[in-house]
Ligand binder design. Structure first.
Ligand code: ADP
Length: 573
């Protein structure tokens, strides 16, 4: 049962147990109305037979059952809401833990606004449904089954009068269920699309304004909004019609029971007591089921959301053990990788980047240089071949202990919306202020810091909005100094550094990479001329490996690149 709930509603084990509990308490809550009814009927029967001796005993039982009803209502309420709120928190933490372990490839295939919606809106929808709908529906179903059996046993014909319309209404509802879910799904996807449109319009504000795309984007969003609105109407109508029809048919139960009940009473096939009892039961059951149908609508609507949560929770996470590396040679043997199944971006690449050496990756744009860096840092997992660090398959090393050994300076640096000091401290969260400042000096950040109103304590805005690309990169180099990892990965770091600072940073970098395994990508071949080893890549394959001198002799691609690079250096506007 617990496993069924876990899979059906994508709950954690605690959540599934909570749902079991709340279904059982809901059952008792519904069933608590039965004993008082039986007591009242028995009392009436005794009064009618004129055998009344002691009315006090009935009153006592009535008070006891009213008290039990009160307690059960309270327990039902508390369990339902307590378990639900706990589960909403657990589920979000569970999803966040999963996201933490997912390879970066997951994020390149999924929209970030979509993920945020799943964590916030979808979990909220499940939370609401768990609190109001799911437990109540399960509890009511159990109660319905038990009361149906009791009624059929005590008076088959009257029992049939009560339950036939209700069963007919359930059939109608389930026949239309697929259609209701389908239209809800379409509407749900449209809403996701809309939220992605809004997010990308906000992110691309600069481009939209500078290319005069305001009216075009506005028109597209407006069309999508109108379409979403009409889908909302359709889904409401397609859900409201079968739901209200089913609720109406369920209510007929009362009329049928009274009509046939009187007939059966007249023909002597039932007693007045049964007629009253079944009439009350029909009113209670049909009323209860009609109000539950609103909940069912909510549960049908959950399907799409449950699917999304399931997708995140069931995606394969990056596994591996905490391993202490003592050798930092990196070796690729026939490594293959593709961002998707259709195309291979890295196609049988082999080379070895040794400790204490600088290995440079060069090649035309799009040949796979950055991708190789991503594989080495396990931001993505390679598909085939073997990639080892210190002789250990990188897939066996858990990402956290791997990252302890790697410093990456990316081409585009993202910063956190906090102070400069804290942004550099990310390199080593235990570093003292003095150590952070020393790393900043080594990376040539002094002039950036001097310029800022509060120096190291200046808030730098979301994603370092107040800093230029080159300045952000220097902050990132300072982080690498602070981290002092054994593997250093530099991705096109010269690209956005201004000439004035270049020499300063080069000197610092030379200090940073001493005795480390260094892998570097650079367009400017001059900066990697002295690298111990240069790997020339072309179309995801290795074209040649050697030092600058050897490659000029043996690689046509490298020769061409050197030529082009020299021309670029000489180019004047
Ligand atoms: P380089 O660094 O040599 O310019 P990349 O490794 O960035 O090349 O890219 C290699 C190929 O992989 C290119 O065709 C690029 O379009 C593709 N690519 C890069 N990143 C992604 C991604 N996140 N998703 C899908 N394709 C990608």
């Amino acid at each position: 049962m617990i496993n069924f709930f876990k899979n059906r509603f994508q709950l954690t084990t605690t959540g599934a147990k909570g749902l079991c509990k709340s279904s059982i308490t809901a059952f008792f809550y519904y069933f608590s109305f039965v004993p008082p009814l039986i007591i009242v009927l028995s009392f009436t029967s005794i009064i009618l037979s004129g055998e009344i001796t002691n009315a006090g005993i009935f009153i006592k039982w009535l008070i006891i059952s009213a008290f039990i009803m009160y307690i059960l209502t309270n327990i039902d309420y508390k369990i339902k809401y307590n378990e639900t709120y706990k589960e909403a928190a657990n589920l979000r933490i569970d999803i966040a833990n999963n996201l933490k372990e997912l390879p970066l490839s997951y994020f390149s295939k999924h929209d970030i606004s979509d993920l945020a919606q799943t964590i916030m809106a979808d979990v909220s929808a499940i939370e609401h449904a768990l609190a109001h709908a799911v437990g109540s529906c399960i509890g009511f179903s159990m109660y319905f089954l038990l009361v149906t059996i009791m009624m059929l046993i005590s008076d088959f014909k009257l029992g049939l009068c009560v339950i036939s319309p209700i069963i007919l209404s359930i059939i109608i509802l389930f026949l239309t269920k697929k259609r209701q879910i389908r239209i809800r799904l379409i509407h749900y996807d449209k809403l996701r699309e809309l939220s992605e449109d809004f997010q990308s319009a906000i992110e691309l504000t600069q481009e939209i304004r500078s290319y005069g795309l305001k009216d075009k984007i506005k028109k597209e969003i407006k069309e999508n909004l109108i379409e979403s609105e009409s889908l909302q109407w359709r889904s409401e109508i397609e859900q409201v019609i079968p739901l209200s029809l089913a609720a109406y048919i369920a209510q007929v139960s009362l009329g049928i029971t009274i009509f046939f009940g009187i007939k059966l009473f007249i023909t002597g096939e039932t007693t007045l007591l049964y007629l009253i009892g079944f009439t009350i039961a029909a009113a209670k059951m049909s009323g209860g089921i009609a109000s539950l149908y609103e909940y069912l609508g909510e549960i049908f609507y959950l399907d799409a959301r449950i699917k999304r949560i399931g997708e995140i929770r069931n995606t394969k996470v990056q596994k591996g053990k905490e391993i202490k590396l003592d050798n930092f040679d990196i070796e690729l043997k026939n490594v293959e990788f593709g961002y998707n199944e259709e195309s291979k971006v890295i196609d049988g690449v082999s080379f070895k980047a040794k400790q204490n050496e600088v290995t440079a990756l060069v090649g035309p744009s799009g040949c796979g240089k950055t991708t190789i860096l991503r594989l080495i840092s396990r931001l993505y997992d390679y598909d085939k071949g073997l990639l080892t660090i210190g002789g250990i398959d990188i897939k066996d090393i858990d990402t956290e202990s791997l990252f302890d050994n790697i410093s990456i300076v990316f081409q585009n640096v993202d910063l956190f919306n906090t102070t400069i000091l804290e942004n550099i401290r990310i390199g080593d969260i235990n570093a003292t202020d003095e150590e952070v400042k020393k790393a900043a000096q080594l990376a040539g950040c002094d002039d950036i810091i001097k310029k800022l109103p509060d120096g190291y304590d200046t808030m730098i805005g979301e994603n370092g909005m107040r800093l230029s690309g080159g300045e952000r990169q220097r902050i990132s180099i300072a982080r690498a100094f602070l981290k002092n990892a054994d593997i250093i990965i530099l991705d096109e770091i010269a690209a956005s550094i201004d000439v004035e600072n270049e020499r300063k940073i080069q000197e610092s970098l030379n200090r940073l990479i001493k005795d480390k395994t260094v892998i570097i990508i650079s367009h400017r071949l001059k900066s990697i001329e002295n690298a111990d080893q240069i790997v020339v890549l072309n179309n995801g394959k290795v074209d040649a490996v050697g030092n600058n001198k050897e490659l000029i002799e043996k690689s046509d691609i490298y020769r061409m690149m050197v030529l082009k690079s020299n021309l670029t250096e000489e180019f004047k506007y």
